[in-house]
Design a protein around this ligand. Structure first.
Ligand code: HEM
Ligand code: NAG
Length: 472
């Protein structure tokens, strides 16, 4: 008797829920698409790995079936996916007005409630101003020499080994560099292995959210916990000894925290440090590794880049006088190459937004409260934007005018345009400069890519690096 009653209540609730699921507001004006299964939505398709430079099959098949803007269900939310260049552009421009940044609950939990991704309005602006202090152009100008020195030290070390995993080693190089800048972290003298904490953190980010010992998700949370504890201890230690200067970014953040009338809270400061430590090394090392992979596959590009960088040395009075900002700015072909690497590489293939109001576009309605997923790769691989989009061709940027900027959204756009963009470009350019002027390299194994949907090198990318003078 009870069983029957409970069962019928369950069935009733379920059918009512499915019914409301089907009954969509603005039905006639919604973009076409399928909402998948209740609860699951289309998550499984969305998260299916693929291993090409082309648009993800999840998006490609739906573009063909439904058109460039379609509806779906992702992460428990009704969603509109946009592969439309102009709509994506509009979404960036309307940040905070028609749309705003949105991330899955789980990510917000893992990154902390006060992390920059979940910030809007005034709080976002004050964090942004602080980050510009470290990653803005003015700071980059001062950083050229340091980046060059750190790159040269690594290359020298790597050239004494038979081979190195470029993905892993560049990640370590950039992590050591930025963690020193951010918190004066020094691996040798610290009891906490920060890099390892972040490795398990990243591995668990896209895992199933099963939180018990042994799962990737559990390790991810532990990695976050250990790092946050370390940052918190560091903060308390510094607050207890306010006169001791470290000359790093954390000192500056703590100064801001002390200021009268500041919006910054301790929790925001700690989440910010965590986010920056995370954001700076994994993405940059992916882009750097991709860049070298493209060079291996395109010898003509390698030749032209080498000519450009050797030319810089030839134009100097003293060949070893160190890279200047002016020289960096003169690397014309290098910047074409970087744009092309970002375009075809699609390190960040998509981003997430939430519609704040009903938005009409080309006869469609994007209802308020739905999430919106602009596909950046679809813009980068659209034959209307780029001739022969799957071909790696840095020369296509030779004639680039201001208009092209609308078609390259690798770093996003508008208010939330990537704060690390200058750093990434500087790091890649300086790395190429040091590598191509003094070393030869050869791919040994690995280098396969996979996208889930973020880019990964599952087997790393193993290369051998040898000093040029030694191989003549
Ligand atoms: C190749 C490397 C990188 C790529 C492709 C990339 C891509 C992006 C994209 C697409 C966005 C926009 C996100 C959105 O609008 O929702 C973004 C934002 C951001 N990126 Fe990057 N990024 C890279 C490296 C970095 C680095 C090295 C840092 C250093 C700290 C960084 C820090 C940030 C920050 C702070 C934001 C703003 C987040 C927000 O608005 O909530 N990124 N990045
Ligand atoms: C690279 O792309 C950016 C953004 O689209 C653009 O402003 C810049 O001119 C491009 N650089 C080159 C060398 O084409």
């Amino acid at each position: 008797m009870w069983v029957v009653l409970i069962a019928s209540v369950v069935v009733l609730v379920f059918t009512k829920w499915v019914h409301s699921w089907r009954r969509l507001k603005h039905y006639e004006k919604l973009p076409k698409g399928s909402m998948g299964f209740p609860l699951l939505g289309e998550n499984l398709d969305f998260l299916t790995p693929h291993s090409s430079f082309d648009i993800a099959p999840f998006i490609e098949t739906r573009m063909v079936r439904y058109g460039p803007i379609f509806r779906t269900n992702l992460m428990g939310r009704r969603a509109i996916v946009s592969t439309d260049t102009n709509l994506n552009h509009l979404i960036f421009q309307e940040e905070g007005n028609l749309f705003r940044s949105w991330y899955p609950d789980r990510l917000t939990k893992i990154f902390g409630r006060q992390n920059i991704l979940s910030m809007h309005g005034q709080n976002f602006k004050s964090l942004k101003n602080m980050i510009i202090n470290l990653y803005g152009i003015e700071s980059m100008k001062k950083m050229v020499r340091e980046v060059e020195a750190s790159t040269k030290t690594r290359l020298r070390r790597w050239s004494t080994r038979n081979m190195i995993d470029l993905k892993d080693e560049t990640a370590t190089m950039i992590f050591d560099f930025t963690s020193k800048k951010l918190i004066s972290y020094d691996r040798e003298s610290s009891s906490e292995n920060l890099r390892e904490n972040f490795d398990v953190f990243i591995k668990g980010l896209i895992s199933l959210p099963l939180n018990f010992p042994g799962t990737a998700h559990h390790k991810c949370r532990q990695g976050r916990k250990r790092t946050m504890k370390m940052l918190k201890n560091m903060l308390q230690e510094r607050q207890a000894n306010p006169r001791k200067q470290h000359n790093d970014f954390f000192d500056y953040v703590l100064e801001e925290l002390e200021k009268h009338g500041t919006l910054l809270t301790q929790e925001m400061a700690l989440d910010l440090m965590f986010f920056l430590l995370f954001a700076s090394f994994e993405t940059t090392s992916l882009a750097l590794t991709l860049a070298i992979k493209f060079l291996v596959d395109h010898p003509r590009v390698l030749t032209e880049l080498t000519v450009e960088h050797e030319g810089i040395l030839k134009n100097r009075d003293k060949a070893d006088s160190g890279l200047t900002w002016a020289e960096y700015k003169s690397m014309t072909f290098t910047f074409q190459f970087i744009n092309e690497t970002l375009r075809l590489g699609n390190v960040a293939p998509l981003i997430f937004r939430e519609a704040l109001k009903d938005v009409e576009y080309k006869g469609f309605v994007i209802p308020a409260g739905w999430i919106v997923v602009p596909s950046l790769s679809a813009v980068h691989l659209n034959p209307e934007n780029y001739v022969d989009p799957l071909t790696f061709n840095p020369w296509r940027w030779e004639k680039s005018d201001g208009g092209a900027s609308k078609h390259l959204m690798a770093f996003g756009g508008g208010l939330r345009f990537c704060f690390g963009a200058e750093f990434v470009k500087l790091q890649i350019a300086v790395f190429l400069h040091s590598l191509l002027t003094s070393y030869k390299f050869e791919a040994i194994k690995g280098g396969n890519i996979i996208r889930v949907p973020g880019l990964q090198f599952p087997d790393g990318f193993h290369v051998q690096i040898t000093e040029k003078s030694l191989c003549k």
